[in-house]
Design a protein around this ligand. Structure first.
Ligand code: CA
Ligand code: CA
Length: 141
């Protein structure tokens, strides 16, 4: 998808559209759940942190971190996802935290459209696609 125009409302509308949001988030959960037991362990959730890092660097947070700092971040992100502290992240916990992260990203973006490079298979790309489809549909109507 490359460079796109994106603003806070692109992301907020995407999160509000539960059907579209779950359609984008649930495959992520499935892909992360390597042993297919329906929940994410600490090590299974780790690849997701790496894409969160990507979001951070988009927003200008420095991404130079020592391995110790990274471990501490992974741990604190896991604790955040695991809201009932049972050492696994289930579907509902995953959806809720991704939602919170995207809403934080939306706040960071604000209301002025920003030129941004997004990965084709990232959630932000899904948000932009959804908005483009909506615009196309309203043109047809
Ligand atoms: Ca698992
Ligand atoms: Ca849990």
């Amino acid at each position: 998808m490359g460079v796109v125009f994106i603003d806070g409302s692109t992301v907020r509308d995407f999160v509000k559209d539960e059907a579209a949001f779950f359609r984008a988030v649930d495959p992520l959960f499935k892909a992360l759940d390597v042993n297919n037991d329906g929940v994410l362990s600490r090590s299974e959730l780790r690849p997701a942190f790496e894409s969160l890092n990507l979001i951070e660097s988009h927003l200008g947070v420095p991404d130079k971190k020592t391995p110790d700092e990274l471990m501490a971040i992974y741990d604190s992100v896991f604790e955040k996802f695991d809201t009932d502290h049972n050492e696994t992240v289930d579907h509902a916990e995953f959806r809720e935290q991704i939602k919170q992260i995207l809403l934080a990203v939306a706040d960071g973006l604000g209301e002025s459209p920003l030129n941004m490079v997004v990965d084709d298979d990232s959630l932000l790309a899904r948000a932009v696609e959804r908005e483009q489809q909506e615009i196309q549909q309203s043109r047809k109507a």
